[in-house]
Design a protein around this ligand. Structure first.
Ligand code: SF4
Ligand code: SF4
Length: 313
């Protein structure tokens, strides 16, 4: 897979602020790949994602992991008894009872201790290893388009399994590796308290086998849907003056500028209420209004017209 090319597609179509981060859990016996550095200070797993999205390629054996929770969940080490039992969640006042803490721990995806020997992280474009997952830091609008791209050829709705606990290790890595399905995370207490993820950002994790098809679907969506949504083409110009229904005065006036109309037919095709029709004479083809009383003032025709020929009042 050409990771550099894929990274560029994701960055261009979604206008990403941060590089997508490739993450691999090293299997026992696997050799450390070239061009990765072991950080000089231990980092939490969530912090290592931030360091990688800033352009660094990291090799993180257990001694480089600062978070005992994360390294346990990722199957690098055995977790401490205090964490495993749930007692620390009570001390931090994150959960109300030990019973609930234990239930949360039991339902949390993890790998058995010793399953993996290190984590590898790199900006996708620089990855010299095959990632298990690729983690995106996104705004909700960008996450929406990634959802659309991911189901572009299936029409499925996504089922995400997430929690406010142990987001970057359990939800973004283990869950995705175990199920082979993308997952979303809003971050967790530890990840937000100890890393610079912005309050308006969230995470999305894609399994590597879905990278190529998702990128290709994003290219399709970037032809029309993404730029139109970003231009807010359906915003009603008088949205902030919308009054009560009784105040609606008179009929809807749909004006089509005949000098601008090229007769492309887009407004007719897109109108959900059959308000418009094409009229065709020997000399010209143009849109015309035939059933204005059915118009719901959705502004779809206004937004779709490439010539900006339609005005509604
Ligand atoms: S979309 Fe615009 S240019 Fe095309 S037919 Fe309708 S009014 Fe004419
Ligand atoms: S505003 Fe909506 S309902 Fe009215 S003509 Fe345009 S597309 Fe049709």
């Amino acid at each position: 897979m050409d990771y550099k090319k894929l990274a560029q597609i994701f960055k261009d179509t979604l206008t990403l602020r941060w590089d997508p981060v490739a993450v691999r859990l090293m299997r026992p016996g696997e050799e450390r790949p070239p061009e990765v550095i072991e950080p000089s200070v231990p980092l939490r797993h969530c912090q290592s994602i931030i360091v990688a999205r800033r352009g660094n390629c990291l090799y993180m054996p257990p001694r480089s992991h600062a978070c005992p929770d994360g390294s346990g969940i990722l199957g690098l080490v055995d977790m401490s008894p205090k964490l495993k039992s749930g007692h620390l969640y009570l001390l931090f006042k994150k959960l109300p009872t030990l019973e609930i803490a234990q239930k949360m721990i039991k339902s949390r995806p993890d790998f058995p201790p010793g399953s993996y020997t290190a984590t590898l992280l790199a900006p996708l474009e620089l990855a010299t290893f095959e990632p298990d997952v690729v983690i995106f830091t996104l705004k909700p609008e960008q996450a929406m388009w990634l959802c659309c791209a991911q189901t572009y050829h299936s029409g499925d709705r996504q089922n995400f399994r997430t929690s406010g606990y142990n987001s970057t290790c359990a939800d973004l890595v283990v869950q995705v590796m175990k199920t082979g399905q993308a997952n979303i995370s809003f971050g967790c207490y530890g990840a937000r308290a100890s890393s610079e993820i912005d309050d308006a950002e969230l995470y999305f994790s894609l399994p590597t086998p879905q990278l190529e098809s998702t990128a290709q679907s994003l290219l399709k969506l970037a032809e029309k849907s993404i730029p139109e949504e970003r231009r807010k083409i359906y915003i009603h110009p008088v949205m902030d003056k919308v009054g009560a229904q009784e105040q609606r005065e008179g009929p809807v006036n749909i004006f089509i500028d005949a000098d601008r109309c090229t007769g492309c037919g887009l407004c007719v095709d897109f109108c959900p209420a059959a308000v418009l029709e094409m009229s065709e004479t020997r000399e010209e083809k143009a849109a015309r209004v035939v059933r204005p009383e059915l118009c719901s003032i959705c502004y779809t025709c206004v937004g779709q017209c490439p010539e900006r020929a339609i005005k509604i009042s």
